[in-house]
Design a protein around this ligand. Structure first.
Ligand SMILES: NC(=O)c1ccc[n+]([C@@H]2O[C@H](COP(=O)([O-])OP(=O)(O)OC[C@H]3O[C@@H](n4cnc5c(N)ncnc54)[C@H](O)[C@@H]3O)[C@@H](O)[C@H]2O)c1
Ligand SMILES: [Zn+2]
Length: 393
């Protein structure tokens, strides 16, 4: 089996490690840092807790607190303007995928000319970026270990993927304790995003043995801990397992790529502002069901089911695929994932979402191709909340 595998970031995983960021800043010999986060991180008290010891250590700090969800080109430019005059040695991102991606994009512009739009695609960011330390506060996008930054082009209503060298963090400080106060709905949505990363990486056309190992362990951790993390947010063990699951899923999809659930989630985010995790959670069981139309995927579903602790003994591959789908449906319902219909999307919007989804990069990796008609039918099933097991595609 051929593969090309690497983890772009050095990872430190420990409860409380984010408080010691000043030491990491010293190690990379930075004297001035640019810190990127959003208002939610500020009001949760996370930013102050991490930044106070940095300032106390005599490191000059410039803040950009204006990150928006699904950050746009304009949002990146706004941050870049502040960073460009700050004369900074390193960048620190504190937050979920939105803050980490916005920081990555600002960092690209600090050493590469032009607009962030010029770098859409893979391998276009040629100049070395400044050291970036990512501190994730959701579990999550895995952006702390992926060489991707995802920025919304509001004009085209599209999520741009900027990937490759100079698009990742150099150091990830993964501190599960930071997620203790993450509200239940965001815990649920971001956890389902991580589960979608793991499942899509595992069935991807580009999967490999190292990505599969990470993806399977991620699924086990996420399915075993997400409901507990949502319902009992102060359970540090569940939070730690979720953070680890999200990290491993990030490592997996960074190499293997994603699939149809993400292809649908991106236009839902860029056109309708649906939170990334919610958009994935809504589509995931329908996509798993659709993919199980391929024999080769059914075989993979057996391994996924075992990782998720579903009893596979003496069961056919068809039954196992069905149980996998119903496990995902039950998990989503236990953690109150909303339905597509309640998110301001009408039946008339579905065709456009299908057209946009087909243009997404992750369609290259999804195991079962979909025509426009098939995708429209799948979206209609999601919209109508059709029961899954009886549905024959
Ligand atoms: N680069 C990648 O590899 C990658 C992968 C997947 C998704 N993404 C992108 O990530 C973005 C979504 O990121 P996200 O799902 O992490 O959400 P987010 O970063 O938008 O955060 C969601 C909300 O949660 C709040 N929040 C975050 N952590 C908190 C905490 N510990 N306590 C209290 N509030 C907290 C934030 O303030 C924000 O209001 C999307 O733009 C998506 O496209 C990127
Ligand atoms: Zn995702």
């Amino acid at each position: 089996m051929n593969f090309n595998f690497n983890v772009p970031s050095k990872v430190i995983f420990e409860n409380g490690c984010s408080i010691a960021v000043a030491e990491v800043i010293h190690e990379i010999q930075a004297k001035r840092v640019f810190i990127v986060y959003d208002k939610g991180i500020k009001s949760a008290g996370i930013a102050d807790k991490i930044i106070a010891p940095v300032e106390k250590a005599g490191i000059k700090v410039t803040h950009f607190t204006g990150v928006h969800p699904n950050p746009s080109i304009e949002n990146v430019e706004e941050g870049y303007k502040v960073a460009a005059v700050a004369d900074t040695d390193a960048i620190i991102a504190i937050g979920g995928g939105s803050s980490m991606d916005c920081a990555k994009a600002i960092n690209i512009l600090l050493t590469n000319p032009g607009s962030i739009k010029d770098y859409e695609g893979r391998g276009k960011v040629k100049n070395k970026t400044k050291p970036l330390i990512a501190i994730p506060t959701t579990a999550g996008t895995g952006s702390e270990v992926t060489a991707f930054t995802i920025i919304t082009d509001t004009e085209r209503q599209r999520k741009m993927i900027i990937a490759g060298e100079n698009c990742g963090a150099d150091i990830a400080l993964v501190d599960p304790a930071l997620t203790i106060g993450l509200p239940p709905a965001i815990t649920a949505a971001t956890g389902m995003d991580a589960l979608t990363h793991a499942i899509e990486a595992f069935v991807s056309k580009n999967a490999s043995i190292p990505s599969n190992i990470h993806a399977l362990k991620a699924m086990e951790l996420i399915v075993g801990n997400l409901e507990e993390a949502v319902k009992n947010g102060t359970n540090l063990k569940a939070r730690g397992n979720m953070m680890l699951g999200s990290l491993l899923a990030g490592i997996a999809f960074n190499q293997a790529g994603l699939g149809l659930a993400h292809a649908i989630a991106h236009p839902l985010g860029s056109r309708f502002g649906v939170a990334h995790g919610v958009a994935n959670a809504i589509g995931l069981p329908y996509v798993v069901n659709y993919n199980s139309g391929l024999e080769s995927v059914k075989e993979k579903h057996m391994e996924i089911a075992s990782a998720m602790n579903i009893d596979t003994e003496k069961k056919s591959v068809d039954v196992i695929s069905e149980e996998l789908v119903s496990t995902i449906v039950k998990l989503s319902s236990a953690i109150d994932i909303p339905a597509l219909r309640g998110l301001g999307i009408t039946k008339e919007d579905l065709e456009n979402i299908a057209v946009e989804a087909l243009k997404e990069n992750s369609m290259k990796f999804t195991p079962r191709n979909a025509s426009l008609e098939e995708l429209k039918e799948l979206l209609l099933s999601i919209y109508n909340e059709d029961p899954l097991i009886e549905k024959v595609y």
